[in-house]
Write a protein that binds this ligand. Structure first.
Ligand SMILES: NC(=O)c1ccc[n+]([C@@H]2O[C@H](COP(=O)([O-])OP(=O)(O)OC[C@H]3O[C@@H](n4cnc5c(N)ncnc54)[C@H](OP(=O)(O)O)[C@@H]3O)[C@@H](O)[C@H]2O)c1
Length: 313
């Protein structure tokens, strides 16, 4: 099996320079994070010719569900056509591509409605559609790995971290969801790329947990003053312009190629404890203020000026 040339300076070229790109830099060797615009094929080509990487990892996307809903053309040009352009240039140069899709292309009505990699997607937001269309355009190839994380959490204090978002929310749904812990899946992703595993995989921890259950753990371990109000998905969706989903994913395909992430109910405790340490080191709850502002803005887009969803304690 082909291995990466460890002596090569840049072996992994990453498009997109957000949360996931930072983790890839931390966990993989020889990484360069490009700021090229993936809607411009000439910029992709220029970077690939310049760095001659063994692997390209595409994390670039418009990831705000609200922004995708409000600017559908930009979302389509980036998340769908941009992803396709990256793949076209990789194909031309015979380079292996790891593309980040999303588990949220599925919506489960009950915890027993479990979706496998071969299930037919049932997207509920424009963002999710753009991810489905990208997967359809990319197709299948021995040189293509598509990963679908779902509800990504980590111990990092980062506005893109769903755990940090939950730390400023006040209303939580009790629906069981699949969840992806970055610290658990990054070593697996590294190995999959090293082994050049192709195909589509749900990159999630086994088992499910609800945001409400996570909020109780956050209250117990991070913020005893946190006020928690149980709510429902349909209630939350009434106040957002982009519909959220509950998603339960099968991780059998990952298991079949040799990887079992820790069960989410074990991992969540560790992640929350590490998040607490990182939060203290980054200045405490005040460092989450940008998230409070972002959350208020997100809910105000529905025109209802709802601030009750933000925890001020
Ligand atoms: N984080 C999650 O919860 C999650 C869950 C499932 C799937 N995913 C997928 O995983 C991937 C990485 O997510 P992430 O958490 O790293 O998101 P992120 O922090 O929002 O990073 C996405 C990056 O793409 C950049 N970008 C936007 N348009 C671009 C363009 N035309 N050309 C190049 N870069 C562009 C963004 O830049 P700007 O900030 O300047 O726009 C941002 O740096 C995405 O494909 C996302 O859909 C994420």
């Amino acid at each position: 099996m082909t291995r990466l040339d460890k002596n090569k300076k840049i072996s992994h070229l990453v498009f997109g320079y957000g949360q996931m790109a930072k983790f890839i830099k931390e966990y993989l060797d020889g990484v360069f994070v490009s700021h090229a615009d993936i809607t411009k094929e000439d910029q992709i080509e220029e970077e690939i010719v310049k760095f001659n990487p063994d692997v390209v990892i595409n994390t670039a996307a418009i990831t705000s569900l609200e922004e995708c809903e409000q600017n559908k053309t930009k979302a389509f040009e980036t998340n769908t056509l941009g992803a396709y352009k990256v793949w076209q240039v990789c194909k031309k140069h015979g380079i292996f591509l790891c593309h980040f899709s999303s588990g949220c292309i599925f919506s489960s009505n009950t915890p027993d409605e479990i979706y496998s990699e071969n299930s037919i997607p049932n997207p509920k937001s424009y963002y999710s559609w753009t991810k489905v269309w990208a997967e359809n355009l990319l197709g299948k190839s021995p040189n293509l790995l598509v990963v679908r994380p779902r509800q990504v959490i980590s111990s990092k204090v980062d506005v893109r971290n769903t755990l940090a978002k939950w730390a400023v929310y006040s209303h939580f749904i009790s629906d069981q969801n699949s969840t992806s812990v970055v610290e658990d899946f990054m070593p697996v992703l590294k190995d999959m790329i090293d082994r050049r595993i192709s195909g589509t995989f749900h990159l999630a921890n086994p088992g499910t947990i609800s945001p409400l259950e996570v909020s109780y753990l956050l209250k117990e371990k991070v913020n005893p003053k946190m006020k928690i109000y149980p709510t429902t998905l349909s209630e939350i969706n009434k106040n957002l312009i982009a519909k959220r989903v509950t998603t339960v994913l099968s991780v059998e395909a990952l298991r079949a190629v040799g990887y079992i992430l820790p069960p989410i109910r074990e991992s969540i405790v560790k992640v929350i404890e590490e998040f607490k340490v990182n939060l203290e080191q980054s200045g405490g709850f005040e460092s989450l203020n940008p998230l409070r502002v972002m959350t208020k803005e997100k809910f105000s887009l529905s025109g209802k000026r709802i601030s009750k969803y933000v925890n001020t304690n």
